[in-house]
Design a protein around this ligand. Structure first.
Ligand code: TA6
Length: 295
């Protein structure tokens, strides 16, 4: 079957930003700014073969985040081939005057229903805005006869110039579950999160706007989320990188995962109910960030 990639661009004057989505996993695999600079990390060892999770971009973790449930790590959605759905009526005002929008659909196969016996429709809209911002809107509808419960994450691999020169603002004093300490609960002490070793945490009930400052590139990723109370922060650092599949040993220096997620309190949908989880990514010059976002 091979991979089908969709490219769509928006024009802002002479400039061009671009996003690319793979039907494999319904996964954004590239997002570039108007200078053509890549903003998402994808491993040089990434495997694009069907039913393999692509190491990079924005994999969708559904219907399970992590490996605490009966399913494979991070669920099956990221290993599935999604279909393109004709552009449905706009979700938000002005949706249509923004070029660069695609709607994808995932429904469970007979095989999926054997391991997760719940009928659902998962609609994913990927929208590239005129400011080069990228918005992912997930809508999961229960078309099952009985309620079901799931957890979720946009497993966002941000491309950074040097992980030791990156800081996250907006998670100060927030509680987190530390996956490196049996999910023990701690409270974030620092005034900003910086990186000097492996980090694998789920921050709980977080503010809906956080920022990732890449000092060297003088750029800031502003992450806005809706319907996603939690934020996963992950960098495998040196040792873990060596044991990971589809990942080169030194690549931990150029990536940081900051995921909008719903993990601590899984979502339960009754028959006919629909859940929406939205993530908007915007890149601004760091100087702009301090003034605009009172983080
Ligand atoms: O997001 C954190 C995490 O759950 C880590 O524990 C690490 O396993 C990472 O996801 C990547 O998972 P993957 O299955 O893509 O190798």
């Amino acid at each position: 079957m091979g991979l089908i990639r969709l490219c769509f661009e928006t024009h802002k004057g002479p400039l061009l930003s671009m996003a690319q989505v793979s039907l494999q996993g319904g996964q954004v695999t590239s997002w570039r700014n108007e200078k053509g600079e890549e903003l998402l990390f994808t491993s040089s060892k990434a495997n694009f073969k069907p039913s393999k999770a692509i190491r990079g971009g924005i994999p969708i973790c559904f219907p399970q985040f992590g490996n605490c449930g009966s399913l494979e790590q991070h669920g099956f959605a990221r290993n599935k081939i999604w279909t393109i759905e004709e552009i449905t009526p706009p979700l938000q005002p002005n949706d249509f005057n923004r070029k660069g929008c695609v709607d994808l659909l995932l429904k469970p196969s007979e095989e999926d229903l054997k391991c997760w016996p719940h009928s659902f429709e998962f609609r994913l809209r990927v929208l590239l805005g005129v400011d080069g911002d990228l918005t992912l809107t997930s809508r999961v509808r229960n078309i099952n006869g009985k309620p079901f419960t799931f957890s979720f994450a946009y497993h966002t691999y941000l491309l950074v110039s040097d992980i030791s020169e990156v800081r996250i603002e907006g998670l100060e004093t927030v509680d987190y579950l530390d996956n490196l300490h049996q999910r023990e609960r701690f409270t974030e002490q620092g005034d900003a999160i910086t990186f000097e070793c492996e980090v694998d945490r789920v921050y709980l009930h977080c503010p809906n706007v956080i920022a990732v400052l890449d000092h060297k590139k003088q750029r800031t990723y502003v992450i806005r989320k809706e319907g996603l109370p939690d934020v996963v922060v992950w960098n495998p650092w040196e040792k873990k990188s060596k044991s990971m599949v589809h990942f080169a040993d030194e690549e931990y220096k150029q990536m940081l995962c900051v995921d909008g997620a719903a993990i601590e309190k899984p979502i339960t949908l009754k028959p006919g109910e629909e859940w929406t989880g939205r993530l908007q990514l915007l890149v601004v010059p760091s100087t702009f960030c301090d003034e605009q976002f009172d983080l």
